[in-house]
Design a protein around this ligand. Structure first.
Ligand code: CO
Length: 133
């Protein structure tokens, strides 16, 4: 079931509203509506294939990320046809998972993250399209 196509690249920002105009200018796209994901402590939107993520507060994973590293690259997401199958496959390959099972992500999709300690420090997200797509 490989390869998995690129779904999006995510950048962490301190303010969605301040960051959006640059990405709209570069792509000619309009941003998607803002989605708030309290379970992940973020607000997100998309401009084309770029996901902008803003922490809901300083004491969230992305809030701590910004304090430590500042604005910038946060994660790469790949589209998979079957997330549970992809997770067990990667687990068999010895990749550490943050999410052992799929969880709800933005845009009605199911998502899971791989642990950066098994990927050379990269945060990787796997996305399975929800029933709306
Ligand atoms: Co993402």
């Amino acid at each position: 079931m490989l390869p998995y196509p690129l779904d999006h690249v995510a950048v962490a920002v301190t303010s969605l509203e301040e960051a959006v105009p640059l990405f709209e200018l570069l792509t000619g796209d309009s941003c998607s509506p803002v989605e708030e994901l309290p379970s992940q402590g973020v607000r997100v939107l998309f401009v084309g294939s770029i996901e902008l993520i803003e922490p809901l507060g300083p004491d969230t994973p992305v809030g701590r990320f910004l304090q430590k590293r500042g604005q910038g690259f946060h994660h790469i997401a790949y589209r998979v046809p079957d997330l549970s199958e992809a997770l067990s496959r990667l687990r068999e390959e010895g990749i550490d998972l943050i999410d052992e099972t799929p969880r709800p992500g933005s845009r009605g999709h199911q998502v899971a993250f791989l642990h950066p300690r098994g990927t050379g420090g990269f945060l990787i997200e796997l996305v399975q399209a929800g029933p709306t797509e």
